[in-house]
Design a protein around this ligand. Structure first.
Ligand SMILES: NC(=O)c1ccc[n+]([C@@H]2O[C@H](COP(=O)([O-])OP(=O)(O)OC[C@H]3O[C@@H](n4cnc5c(N)ncnc54)[C@H](OP(=O)(O)O)[C@@H]3O)[C@@H](O)[C@H]2O)c1
Length: 289
């Protein structure tokens, strides 16, 4: 299958580089063209519009910031749907509200274009080697057609049910990321407050049942103040908005998700948005004194 990507941000670039290195043909559009340079260098064809991506591809992934951006590239001027042809399949890998995802799926269906929601867990560091975890919502037979491509992107692929079901699970996943980063950051801040070396805190935490991938890996970068982004704080805040909107629409009250949203919003307002989400530690250090 000829593959297309619309959105060459941190995730889209890593997914694209992995596909190129596995021998796939790749066509790419990004609103800011300069960001496509690494993909062009490795052989991707760079085009001027999402429409040109779909015209040149059998399967197109949108990997953009939020639901508004997905709608724009999918159905706006020179859009993905505008490049419709027989055999075109569209997949959305952005993290968006399941309600918006359902609307997007319906619009693609109205236009006769098969559509899957394909959000992922894992960042650019694992996308680059095809080791993401992918959740898929949409028709099983379309999923089966795309499965060989998905297997090159992710080492675990879960078909969850109809359109938008994957996004419903994905946002519950990102709530884990938001709260885990906060729990580790507050733990480190508390240890520092007691003049305990935070490395000791991590060493003990990592000797227990409560250790996580974050406490074993990323936490050490956090201690060094390395907040070079793999997933921006601003994008995690956007997901917390989505999580809280979804909870509200289900009639649920999630106190930690609500509070986390306020904390990440304040961090974003104070200029931490373009750093890695783990810079929430630096925000706490500066705001808790
Ligand atoms: N990074 C991760 O670890 C990770 C993991 C799983 C899921 N995700 C999700 O994947 C999506 C992309 O994440 P990312 O980390 O690649 O984000 P990013 O680096 O911030 O890139 C965002 C992308 O969206 C594009 N975009 C934003 N607004 C747009 C608009 N109105 N019209 C057209 N394009 C627009 C940007 O284009 P410009 O370059 O022109 O700004 C860029 O290509 C997000 O939904 C994110 O939550 C990310």
């Amino acid at each position: 299958m000829r593959i297309g990507i619309v959105g060459a941000g941190l995730l889209g670039t890593a997914v694209g580089l992995n596909l190129l290195r596995k021998g796939h043909s790749l066509t790419v559009y990004n609103r800011t063209r300069s960001k496509t340079a690494p993909l062009q260098k490795e052989g991707a064809k760079i085009v001027e519009s999402p429409k040109k991506v779909s015209e040149n591809s059998d399967i197109v992934f949108s990997i953009v910031k939020n639901a508004d951006a997905v709608k724009k590239v999918a159905f706006g001027d020179e859009c993905i749907a505008c490049g419709k042809h027989d055999g075109l399949i569209v997949c959305d890998m952005s993290t968006i509200n399941p309600i918006s995802s359902k609307e997007i799926a319906k619009e693609f269906s109205n236009r006769g274009i098969p559509f899957l929601d394909t959000p992922v867990m894992g960042g650019p560091n694992v996308a680059i080697t095809g080791e993401l975890v992918m959740m898929v919502g949409g028709q099983k037979e379309i999923f089966e057609k795309c499965k060989p491509v998905f297997d090159d992107i992710a080492n675990k692929v879960f078909h969850l049910g109809p359109n938008s079901s994957a996004h419903s699970v994905k946002i519950a996943m990102n709530l884990q990321i938001a709260l885990l980063a906060l729990a580790i950051s507050e733990g480190i801040t508390l240890a520092r407050g007691a003049n305990i070396d935070p490395e000791i805190f991590l060493k003990i935490l990592n000797s227990t049942y409560f250790k996580t991938g974050m406490s074993e890996n990323k936490a050490y970068k956090m201690l060094k103040g390395d907040y070079n982004p793999t997933f921006t704080l601003s994008n995690l805040k956007k997901d917390l908005d989505t999580i809280n909107e979804a909870a509200k629409s289900y009639g649920l009250s999630l106190p930690m998700a609500t509070r986390a949203n306020q904390v990440y919003k304040d961090a974003e307002d104070k200029g931490f948005g373009e750093l890695d989400y783990t810079a929430i530690l630096d925000y706490l250090n500066k705001s808790s004194k």
